[in-house]
Design a protein around this ligand. Sequence first.
Ligand code: AMP
Ligand code: ZN
Length: 136
Amino acid sequence: MADCIFCKIIAGEIPSSKVYEDDKVLAFLDISQVTPGHTLVVPKEHFRNLLEMDADSSSQLFARVPDIARKVMKATGALGMNIINNNEEVAGQTVFHTHVHLAPRYSGDDDLQLTFTAHEPDFPALVQLAEKIAQA
Ligand code: AMP
Ligand code: ZN
């Protein structure tokens, strides 16, 4: 797609530090390196984000993630990894071509901060919301 930076990387029009490539996906180092080894896995076909993908295209993408993640773990000696996918601006998406972040973790005190603020469970509300989602 014209004007998509990741399509340009896939086409070889702009450089990247590739770590894996096959006919369906490309993985390359994120230019910002939130932690050392921070890698992006992208489908070669352009999709705005995961919410636009179907079962086949998303399966092809995610089927490659564990192997690539293990390669990154092995090469970096990381102790763990966050695997993150942002969808739409409100969720932090800045590049609108589906990508999965592999962020190796070395300590809980590095430059990646993820916080899930816990709330008291409201069980009737959970039941109602689950029903709504199931019916959607
Ligand atoms: P997101 O905020 O989830 O959309 O992530 C987009 C990521 O793409 C950011 O972490 C950027 O650092 C990364 N990025 C942007 N341009 C490039 C590039 N030319 N090469 C590698 N990574 C890039
Ligand atoms: Zn694209």
